[in-house]
Design a protein around this ligand. Structure first.
Ligand SMILES: [Zn+2]
Length: 424
């Protein structure tokens, strides 16, 4: 049971306008083409918990396949639901079912009714109803590898830096140049292509780029990068080592000095174009490859580049806190964290309040692609977690309630606006 003070703070936060610092939402017209129901409520991040609990990856895919009968799909989910229901991934789904559709639980008796209600709500304007009206989100920074959000005033895109930095064949390099009507003969030509690509994204509305905190072969080495580039250009090598997809990485990333060099050049481009670089850190698969500490040399080499470091680097929350403390060009973004573990987020944020100036933290990013109702579930957890941390400071007499509200307002609103120079 949360204290009266915590409840008061949650109520006060509920009046705040919100910058949602990370989603994977596509344009609404694309979103509306997917079916949504009681089973898709347990898609996306719940996948990890379901499969760890024992569901086969094939059954998980079937559970989400809305072309199959709902009853069949529910019976795939049902045996695992009680094993995952107390985790925070599932909690966001239960909160959403209650708040939007009035169901206290999701079970055999009501999954059909919940599904019908969700389907009925799947109409144009759902982003405004859920994100705008219910969550009070003014801007949601979204990543779906596209910039066509002209009909979605709430959504502002970030774009994947790896589209340019992680090229591994001469054909890919030529294709990137061709898309922009440019030609490439040298490594410097290709860096110019990267910058032209970023400028184009910026013109289309993107406000930042995204990369991943991964091991590198060492400091960027121009000579080595040039020689690798030459092996591709003259055809003596067909392909460089690919970078593993987060979530399936099982061994340390294979060294690739060309990629390391291009990623470094991209950080210079971010500084020149005044766009932050968001950095995924932690969690997926063999998470040793995604430790937030891998990005430290880049942070230090590029003091003019703003880094938006994601997910508290979970589980390396403490190391990530020290990164936030030591480097003026780093912001710490609590996107995804509240549903990974509410409790880990609370204890880490409690330490961050000791460590990190309050203008350097972003409180919330839903980090969902569907169903959008879960953004509200996640935001509810975020408000509770932040109230828990700040209420302890008020009770300890080191912060007034007004000061706590001012801190929370920075975390939910001012800080991301400042870092991303958002127009709101
Ligand atoms: Zn994400």
């Amino acid at each position: 049971m949360s204290s009266t003070l915590e409840q008061e703070l949650v109520e006060a936060f509920s009046e705040f306008e919100i910058i949602d610092c990370h989603e994977h939402l596509p344009p609404e017209k694309v979103y509306l083409q997917q079916g949504q129901d009681a089973c898709t409520l347990f898609g996306h991040y719940c996948r990890t918990d379901l499969i760890t609990a024992g569901m086969s990856p094939r059954d998980y895919e079937r559970m989400l396949d809305t072309d199959l009968p709902l009853e069949y799909r529910w019976n795939l989910l049902r045996p695992y639901l009680d094993d995952i229901r107390f985790g925070t991934y599932a909690r966001a789904a239960f909160i959403a079912a209650k708040e939007f559709y009035g169901f206290d639980d999701i079970n055999d008796d009501n999954y059909v009714a919940i599904s019908e209600a969700m389907q009925a709500n799947l109409k144009p304007g759902i982003y405004q109803r859920v994100l705008g009206d219910k969550c009070k989100i003014k801007v949601a920074l979204t990543q779906a590898g596209r910039t066509d959000y002209q009909e979605d005033p709430l959504l502002v895109p970030l774009m994947p830096a790896r589209d340019y930095t992680d090229v591994s064949t001469w054909e890919a390099i030529q294709r990137k140049a061709g898309e922009l009507g440019m030609t490439v003969n040298s490594l410097d030509d290709y860096v110019n292509v990267m910058e032209a690509g970023v400028v184009k994204w910026k013109r289309e509305g993107a406000v930042g780029l995204k990369t991943v905190s991964e091991p590198t072969a060492g400091p960027p080495d121009r000579a080595e990068a040039m020689s690798l580039f030459e092996t591709l250009r003259c055809g003596s090598r067909e392909k460089l080592s690919d970078h593993p997809t987060p979530g399936v990485a099982t061994s340390l990333t294979a060294p690739n000095p060309l990629r390391d060099y291009l990623r470094d050049e991209m950080l210079k481009i971010c500084a020149r174009q005044d766009m932050p670089m968001a950095v995924h850190a932690g969690m997926w698969g063999d998470f040793r490859n995604l430790d937030s500490q891998h990005i430290i040399p880049s942070i230090m080499r590029h003091p003019q580049t703003r880094f938006d470091l994601y997910h508290m680097g979970m589980p390396e929350v403490r190391q990530t806190g020290i990164i936030g403390k030591n480097f003026p060009n780093v912001w710490l973004n609590l996107c995804w964290t509240h549903i990974v573990s509410a409790q880990m987020t609370r204890s880490a944020l409690d330490e961050y309040l000791d460590l990190v100036p309050v203008n350097k933290i972003f409180a919330f990013g839903g980090d969902y692609h569907r169903p959008v109702e879960k953004v509200y579930g996640h935001l509810t957890l975020a408000r509770q977690n932040i109230a828990w941390v700040l209420a302890r400071r008020i009770e300890a007499g080191v912060m007034t309630e007004d000061q706590a509200l001012a801190v929370a307002r920075k975390w939910f609103w001012d800080n991301p606006i400042e870092c991303y120079k958002l127009k709101v």
